[in-house]
Design a protein around this ligand. Sequence first.
Ligand code: S3P
Length: 182
Amino acid sequence: MNDLRTAKKKNKNIVLIGFMGSGKTSVGKRLSMILKREFIDMDDYIEKREQMTVNEIFAQKGEPYFREQERELCKRLANSYNKVVATGGGVVKSAENIAALKNSGIIFYLCSTPEKIAENLKNDSSRPLLNVPDKADKIRQMMKEREPFYKNAYDVEIDVSNSEIDKTVEYIINYTEREAEK
Ligand code: S3P
């Protein structure tokens, strides 16, 4: 294999951003399986490192501590390749995080609607920021506030509100293959 081909094997990371419940983890797992790339789920990674759930980290150490862990992980990922990364929904709030993730990856924004997110998360209690009496309202409010951050961060936007996981996965694979050919 010549040097060019070898260099191309060092594929850029596939980085998934989007609101909680938009399907980043499911899409990421499937991509990693098909493409045989390492999968990093940021929340999962932090939970394992801290030996605590995200809920416990927020309750016992506070949100700023969790954000610090996210920041550190983004920095580490800035110099990696060939991975599929499912970010936490709040990662985009830091420009520093986005710069780090962009350094080594293509950023795909899984964009959905508040209704679909509320439906996906109706039986979920693992998101500390959504453990409130009116979850649907909180989702609407947070999505409105977050949207400019997602829009500012992505390279590719994918509407997943009416789309099957397989379609999203296929789209991302085709896109990354085309990019690698360039
Ligand atoms: C958060 C999203 C969560 C998790 C934490 C905070 C957010 O990740 O990082 O509960 O601020 O949007 P998911 O998007 O994977 O649910």
